[in-house]
Design a protein around this ligand. Structure first.
Ligand code: SF4
Length: 504
């Protein structure tokens, strides 16, 4: 266990005074593990510690400060400064759940239920660090490269932590965590899954392998590494889309262009874009399955070569040119959907493609494909469910919180970041982990992830839903915390309420 003295700041966690045993140990009751913690040490999750007989939340409580005022300057996100406790107008501060602590069992009121006045309206924000035993992450990996067959198991340190799910629009997708891996497998599987989710959510790199596929290094907000290769670019579109975008730029500079793509390979002369530009037939023949004119599926197997296929030689996807149509000297450009791979050929007298240097007239078009690709990133979305027992810390009548969220009377944030709440039952939300402050996620060894969640609503709505009114306290009553500037691209959490009022 780490020594509590390693930590320089902690929140003013206000648990009922825990029982202190004769040897000075205290019992933490913030989660089902119920650690006995020796003086000067932290509990199993490193979140709570015994500070001379007082149970304290180790990490500082994070408050967000609105950084944009009319005519004001942006304050860079990430810088921290101690909060001297001085009062500023309430709308300028938002209490997050990061470092606020957890209450257990759930019927106890959330750790902080904070009132503030926003543009003349009394608001309340209920914050808690929720324990999410069934949570997961969805990972979007911007790469054409084959990461593994759909439904294949994804492993970390040999343990199954999730699977490859449907790839969409030039990105490979993973679904990791969830109830079956966190709690439904072996103890080790649950622990490894929890560790992997925690690192991904806190934006640390995680190495994983896909059964029958690639080794990946994923770090939220950074380029993915596939089989040791750092991915640079996300494709501009599928092969057909690339033909559609650049057809005019190839006119007169090449007789035929093939854009190699594992999903849809495009052929200029057959494609509608080529037809509209009166590009003549070339007698080219592609392997694979023709979908519609100039659009071919399955020209090769998936892989880490050209355009997410397994080929290194693009001519491998061509059959012989039709001698009735093709002609010696025919100029052929073959290019991948990122421009990373390209080759230029001219047909000889036997109508065989012969590789030549890329003519200057085509260099720009290839460079433009690359230029139009966005940087490849790994995106990690945390998915948590706040529609269960956690609601009891907000209201004595939990279903009213669910209804209030669905009715958009209650605004849900995760560490001050905006979330997407899924339609349907429960309060299942997704959040981009890069929009939260650093190290906003924690864990408990049950195993489960700990994530901040805040509910912001009007005070009168809170009272009407059966909120814990006796525990509402003003913002000014919080004495310890660390201010962070709210990211400029995150909406201010009170703003949706102000907007709703202004629209009646
Ligand atoms: S794991 Fe953490 S939250 Fe749970 S009882 Fe131990 S110290 Fe408290």
């Amino acid at each position: 266990m780490p020594s509590y003295s390693e930590f320089s700041a902690h929140s003013e966690f206000e648990a009922p005074a825990p029982a202190v045993s004769a040897d000075g140990k205290i019992r933490c009751d913030a989660c089902p593990v119920m650690c006995y913690i020796k003086p000067g040490l932290a509990g199993a999750c490193d979140r709570y510690a015994n500070d001379n007989g007082t149970l304290v939340r180790v990490d500082p409580h994070i408050l967000l400060e609105r950084t944009v005022s009319e005519g004001g300057d942006l304050v860079p996100f990430g810088g921290t400064k101690g909060w001297d406790g001085s009062l500023v107008p309430n709308p300028e501060k938002f209490v997050t759940a990061i470092g606020a602590g957890t209450t257990y069992p759930d019927y106890k009121p959330a750790p902080f239920i904070v009132s503030s006045e926003v543009e003349g309206v009394d608001m309340v924000t209920v914050v808690t660090e929720g324990i999410f035993s069934y949570c997961g992450v969805k990972v979007k990996i911007d790469t054409d490269r084959f990461v593994g067959p759909e439904q294949s198991t994804v492993r970390v340190n040999g343990e199954a932590v999730g699977h490859v799910t449907t790839g969409e629009y030039g990105s490979q997708m993973l679904s990791l965590g969830g109830v079956h891996h966190l709690t439904g497998g072996s103890k080790k599987e649950g622990r490894v899954t929890c560790d992997a989710l925690l690192d991904l959510c806190n934006r640390k790199p995680v190495e994983m392998t896909v059964d029958g596929g690639a080794t990946l290094v994923i770090e939220a907000g950074k380029a993915p590494v596939v089989n040791g290769q750092l991915e640079q670019r996300m494709r501009v579109g599928c092969g057909s889309a690339t033909i559609g975008i650049f057809a005019r730029q190839w006119l007169g500079k090449a007789d035929e262009v093939v854009v190699v793509d594992d999903h849809i390979t495009g052929v200029l002369s057959e494609h509608q874009a080529g037809k509209l530009l009166d590009i003549p037939d070339t007698g080219i023949k592609l392997k694979g399955r023709r979908s519609t004119p100039g659009r071919y599926f399955q020209v090769a197997e998936p892989g880490t070569g050209w355009g997410g296929t397994n080929i290194d030689d693009p001519l491998a996807i061509l059959g012989p040119f039709d001698p009735k149509t093709a002609w010696p000297g025919l100029r052929l450009l073959m290019v991948s959907t990122t421009g990373e791979h390209h080759g230029y050929y001219e047909l000889d007298e036997a109508l065989q493609p012969v590789r030549r240097d890329l003519p200057g007239a085509l260099v720009e078009s290839v460079e433009r494909i690359a230029e139009n690709c966005e940087p490849a990133l790994s995106t990690v979305l945390f998915i948590g469910g706040a529609g269960g027992s956690l609601r009891a810390g907000v209201t004595e009548n939990p279903v009213r919180l669910t209804r209030s969220v669905k009715d958009a009377l209650t605004y849900v944030t995760c560490g001050g970041a905006p979330v997407y709440v899924w339609p349907g039952g429960g309060i299942t939300f997704m959040v981009d982990v890069t929009r939260l402050p650093d190290n906003a996620f924690g864990y408990v060894p049950t195993p489960a992830l700990v994530a901040p969640i805040e509910f912001t609503l009007r005070l009168d709505d809170y009272e009407a839903m059966g909120g814990h009114m006796g525990h509402v306290r003003p913002l000014s009553s919080l004495r310890q915390g660390v201010d962070l500037a709210q990211r400029a691209d995150n909406p201010w959490p009170f703003a949706p309420h102000a907007a709703r009022r202004s629209h009646g």
